[in-house]
Design a protein around this ligand. Structure first.
Ligand SMILES: [Cu+2]
Length: 289
């Protein structure tokens, strides 16, 4: 087991207890070491919820997302409309609504395996937000972490210069230059007009893209077939740019967009399957050497 230390607004927090075979090798130590150089906005997921600051200044924020749970987790920023609190949001989701009326998606780190850590830079506007993991059993959702983004203290953290740009298109992925091994900065942009997201997976030895898509389609029934490396979740404003920094080990990779084909504030019958962008072919496989 490796161990590492992340600086949380001046408070040292021990982190990174890998919970599955080898997931820690993807960047826990190196990412955390680089993150310690400046003040970061730390989000820690567990199987019960999130630990994160209650308040943060607006602007381009440097986020470090760590998964201390036993399950794969993500952390979407969702801006709440006036008059809606976290319990109102939960009630809407439990009624089958993926996009409760008036809420605005603001990106966030995508699916991440237990024990792993990833960094991201994304822009937050003033308002009230909740952190949401869509990889959950919504019937059991009780409490969501609420964050107030303040005008006071507004500033931009500077992302590192990107090594490659990943463009999300209708319905495919395009790198400006091939992704290399090592610690890499990936700038993610959306060419639209659809909203998109990207999840990064490094395949377990011998697994195929079909295996990983099957795992993701029915997470509860399948053992993982790949390490989930923390991609970029969707945003209603498709012009937003997000930077990821993490270590990419040599191996076979799969990208996937799980965005629903229909973005609606109406309740959806979850008992029948609904098409998403993966069904429209928005996947990619490639090798990192
Ligand atoms: Cu998509």
């Amino acid at each position: 087991m490796k161990s590492c230390v992340i600086l949380v607004l001046g408070v040292a927090l021990s982190a990174c207890a890998p919970a599955n075979d080898g997931a820690d090798r993807d960047g826990g130590t190196s990412n955390a070491a680089s993150a310690a150089a400046d003040l970061v906005f730390n989000i820690v997921a567990s199987d019960q919820g999130f630990t994160a600051p209650d308040s943060v200044p607006a602007g381009l924020r440097h986020i470090v997302f760590t998964n201390h749970g036993k399950k794969v987790h993500e952390s979407m920023f969702i801006k709440l409309p006036e008059g809606m609190d976290a319990s109102g949001f939960i009630a809407a989701v439990q009624s089958g609504v993926d996009f409760p009326k008036g809420t605005v998606d603001y990106n966030g780190p995508g699916l991440l395996s237990p024990g792993d850590t990833t960094e991201q830079w994304l822009r937050l506007d003033p308002g009230r937000y909740i952190l949401m993991c869509w990889n959950e059993d919504f019937s059991k959702l009780r409490d969501l972490h609420t964050i107030t983004v303040t005008e006071a203290g507004r500033h931009d953290d500077a992302p590192h210069k990107e090594n490659t740009v990943l463009t999300l298109r209708d319905f495919r992925f395009e790198f400006s230059t091939p992704l290399k091994s090592g610690v890499q900065v990936v700038k993610v942009v959306n060419a639209g007009p659809f909203m998109h997201e990207v999840d990064f997976y490094r395949q377990f030895t011998g697994k195929t893209m079909a295996d990983t898509l099957a795992w993701r389609q029915d997470d509860a029934e399948h053992a993982p077939t790949a390490y989930a490396l923390g991609g970029v979740l969707d945003s209603h404003d498709i012009r937003r740019e997000v930077w990821i920094r993490r270590e990419f080990l040599p191996g076979h990779y799969v990208l996937q967009c799980e965005m629903p084909m229909t973005v609606s504030s109406e309740a959806v019958d979850k008992s029948t399957p609904h098409a998403n962008h993966t069904d429209a072919g928005m996947t990619m496989e490639f090798e990192v050497r």
